[in-house]
Design a protein around this ligand. Structure first.
Ligand SMILES: *Cc1c(COP(=O)(O)O)cnc(C)c1O
Length: 497
């Protein structure tokens, strides 16, 4: 760089012209509200043209360009090719639909810019209050602790880590898993989310240390079989440590019997962890909260506000009944991070409750949305999703060419198009093709799964915008596509026979 090109003044990232920056910000808000208001008319998802894909190749931009131009690229190349989970007919996996208040809050959180690792800030108190709200919703006693995480996977990992350290009988923090005398065993039903398998690997216990108990047609944890497994493991010299009960399984939404799991954990002296990433917040729903009775008895509970609470990604939460055990598992203060009686470092160190030191202000999007709408509205929305799943189930039960695969317990429906006579392999191919065409045509986005060996489409009604007519349309389109595809392959088979 020639000397003459060196900056003559000191640099910062602030705009040269704040009035221009403000105008662009306003345009973004205008575009965003228009985008959300017209969502229903847009395709749920659309395939990306090669030209758009190509726009994301290329090296580091050394010289900048006006933010207006970068924003135009976002409008043309990013936003139209979103996942679609904000759309009322996005029914795949298990995701919230986001919300405008949460989007504004994410912006404001960045303006506040606090690091939530700790410190005497209002942001710190916002997170502390949000965690206390979740504690009250779940009905855990005061003195319970919690932390917001990137999502349910890390929330579960934290809960299962506390369980390991408490149950190990040695100081795992200092001496590591090699010091554990008898190998620890964790238990869950075969419907447990793979986040728990991953956690077992990360914890150094190994995925095989999670013993999965086979489920029957109700897809719930079989307490009698669990009891036998525990006895067998004790006899074999292993150390049963923790039961992972699931409140709302990812495959079908089945609910483990939480009170029975608590009673068993008391009898056997085990840690009770609940993976409530799907179902814990049913505790807010006036019509269906009985489904999660007993969740308040758990030792640790993972929940996921970016699912049924509709918070924009990402935010999860772990709650631990005994806050001291939780803190002991993670607390660490370097000499560069001592607490002080006054000043910025006098606030609580939220980083003492998890893996992250620097932490974002995730709490704000939850805090603002719950204040705006009230917990009662969120509870009614959860009831509404469950009622919609019952509505869809009734539609399918009336369809001669469709069947349900598992009981509908909460807001997940498993179904398939089944014209009769087809083999399991043919049904699988047929239903996958139906699913892909629904996605590619922008009509709806269901996902698929396999329940006890039977492949099916899987509809999770989480989005706060989904209505009955969306489900009517879904059933009509599955019927149309199923007939279309099956008559084609049927002809082909006929020709070759
Ligand atoms: C979604 C989910 C998880 C994982 O949570 P993430 O937020 O995706 O990390 C774990 N368990 C269950 C039951 C889930 O539904």
């Amino acid at each position: 760089m020639p000397d003459s090109a060196l900056p003559t003044s000191e640099q910062s990232l602030d705009p040269d012209d704040w009035a221009q920056a403000r105008a662009l910000g306003r345009r973004m808000i205008d575009d965003a509200t228009h985008h959300l208001a017209s969502l229903r008319e847009a395709p749920v998802w659309q395939p990306m043209p090669d030209a758009v894909r190509a726009a994301f190749k290329g090296g580091v931009p050394v010289d900048g360009q006006p933010l207006e131009e970068v924003y135009d690229q976002f409008l043309a190349q990013v936003l139209p090719y979103a996942m679609g989970n904000k759309h009322p007919r996005f029914l795949a996996w298990y995701m919230g639909g986001s919300n405008f208040t949460g989007a504004l809050a994410d912006f404001l959180a960045a303006i506040d810019a606090s690091n939530l690792g700790g410190g005497d800030t209002a942001a710190n108190l916002v997170e502390t209050q949000v965690i206390d709200w979740f504690r009250q919703i779940i009905n855990l006693p005061e003195g319970s602790s919690g932390t917001l995480t990137s999502g349910g996977s890390v929330a579960n990992l934290i809960g299962l880590t506390v369980a390991r350290n408490v149950m190990a009988g040695v100081d795992v923090r200092l001496d590591g898993v090699a010091a554990i005398q008898r190998p620890l065993r964790y238990y869950a039903s075969d419907q447990v989310h793979h986040a728990s398998d991953k956690a077992m690997g990360v914890l150094g216990l190994g995925e095989r240390a999670l013993r999965k108990i086979a489920t029957g047609p109700d897809l719930r944890l079989d307490i009698a079989a669990l009891e036998l497994a525990i006895a067998e493991d004790r006899a074999a010299g292993l150390q049963p440590a923790c039961v992972i009960a699931t409140a709302g399984t990812v495959n079908t939404g089945s609910m483990d019997d939480l009170r029975a799991v608590r009673a068993l954990c008391d009898r056997e002296g085990l840690w009770m962890h609940v993976d409530g990433c799907i179902g814990a917040l049913i505790a807010m729903a006036p019509e269906h909260r009985d489904l999660v009775l007993g969740i308040e008895l758990a030792d640790s509970i993972a929940l996921d506000p970016h699912k049924w609470l509709q918070a924009p990604f990402d935010v999860g939460c772990i709650l631990v009944r005994d806050g001291a055990l939780h803190r002991t598992t993670f607390v660490h203060h370097g000499e560069y991070l001592e607490e002080r009686p006054r000043g910025v470092a006098s606030g609580e160190f939220l980083a003492d409750y998890g893996l992250q030191l620097s932490r974002g202000f995730r709490a704000l999007k939850v805090w603002m949305a719950i204040k705006e709408h009230g917990a009662a509205r969120f509870g009614r929305l959860i009831d509404q999703s469950i009622d919609l799943a019952q509505y869809l189930s009734a539609l399918i039960d009336r369809e001669p060419l469709m069947e349900r695969i598992a009981p509908t317990i909460i807001n997940i429906v498993t179904l398939r198009f089944n014209p009769g006579q087809a083999s399991e392999a043919e049904l699988r191919a047929l239903n996958i093709e139906i699913m892909l065409r629904l996605q590619e045509q922008g009509i709806a986005v269901p996902s698929d799964t396999t329940v006890h060996g039977r492949h099916c489409l899987r509809v999770a009604i989480v989005n706060h915008r989904t209505r009955r007519d969306d489900l009517d349309l879904l059933v009509n389109e599955i019927r149309r596509l199923g007939r279309e595809i099956y008559s084609l392959t049927g002809d082909a088979q006929g020709a070759s026979a």
